[in-house]
Design a protein around this ligand. Structure first.
Ligand SMILES: C[S@@+](CC[C@H](N)C(=O)[O-])C[C@H]1O[C@@H](n2cnc3c(N)ncnc32)[C@H](O)[C@@H]1O
Length: 269
């Protein structure tokens, strides 16, 4: 994706507070910065180097899978998959996956949650990773090939404009990516569109602890985080037409920020 195409697809309204041409340009710049940061991280991971992404602290990465039933599955994945994990939680602990389901991971990075999901849904199911960064897609496809996982696919695209048909997915997961989006309402509308009626959302993400620590302009983690509060998150999910909404902060993840577990579902009718 070129910088021009990113600018062309960037949102007109970018946050609960920022609107207009300056905000649009700032949003496009933020997308470029996020993509470049994760392209560099993927390149280092592909070379077998330890990731030095500024997000990689004790509250991010594969350590968050310890003590869960995903830990055993992680142990059988090829070397490098866990090391390339840059999430802030474990979405597979947030949502139950059933045999035969189709799962979509928004911002799939090196593929950790896609590969774990593919095992959970079995050969009759499918796990799809979506990411805008070519280097991350290459890394994830390499990990899938090394793991011998046949029911996983990785698509290029933006989570604000998901390249999948309406009502084609049973479960949407994501791990520390929606917080990077400068157009969260668009992300939630797209989630509601691609979920089948009754489909579920299970996400690990970052939220601001209070309006005062919203990070629309300040990025204390250096990761491109644009965190909103849990209340704002709930309102946006409801406005997208989702129900069964819960946004539960779990642990501190930076100055004024918490990791959170997010659950919602698309109504049956
Ligand atoms: C914090 S990393 C998380 C990766 C993965 N979920 C994990 O747990 O390791 C963020 C990933 O989301 C991707 N990403 C960020 N913003 C995106 C957007 N708007 N659309 C698609 N992918 C995006 C980045 O390229 C990167 O691979």
């Amino acid at each position: 994706m070129t910088d021009e195409s990113i600018a062309a697809t960037s949102p007109a309204a970018t946050s609960p507070t920022a609107t207009g041409p300056a905000a649009t340009s700032a949003a496009a710049d933020a997308v470029v910065r996020v993509r470049d940061r994760y392209a560099a991280a993927a390149t280092r991971a592909a070379a077998g180097q330890t990731l030095v992404d500024p997000c990689e602290t004790t509250v991010f990465g594969a350590g968050l899978y310890d003590g869960t039933d995903a830990a055993a599955s992680l142990a059988v994945l090829p070397a490098g998959v866990a090391e390339a994990s840059l999430g802030c939680g474990n979405p597979l602990a947030v949502v139950d996956l059933r045999e035969g389901e189709t799962v979509l991971d928004l911002g799939s990075g090196g593929g950790i949650d896609v590969l774990l999901s593919a095992r959970r849904v079995g050969p009759a199911g499918r796990a799809i990773g979506l990411d805008m960064t070519d280097e991350m897609l290459d890394l994830a496809r390499r990990h899938a090939a090394e793991a011998g996982v046949a029911n996983a696919a990785f698509l290029k695209g933006r989570i604000e404009d998901i390249p999948l048909p309406d009502a084609s997915v049973d479960v949407v997961i994501s791990n520390c990516v929606i917080t990077l989006s400068t157009d969260k309402p668009a992300v939630f509308r797209e989630i509601a569109r691609v979920l089948r009626p009754g489909g579920r959302l299970g996400v690990s993400d970052l939220v601001a602890d209070a309006v005062a620590t919203r990070t629309q302009d300040v990025d204390p983690t250096g990761c491109g985080v644009t965190a909103v509060t849990a209340d704002e998150y709930r309102v946006m999910l409801a406005e997208a037409g989702l129900d069964g909404i819960s946004v539960t902060p779990t642990h501190e993840a930076g100055p004024g920020l918490s990791a959170a577990i997010v659950r919602a579902r698309r109504p049956e009718v």
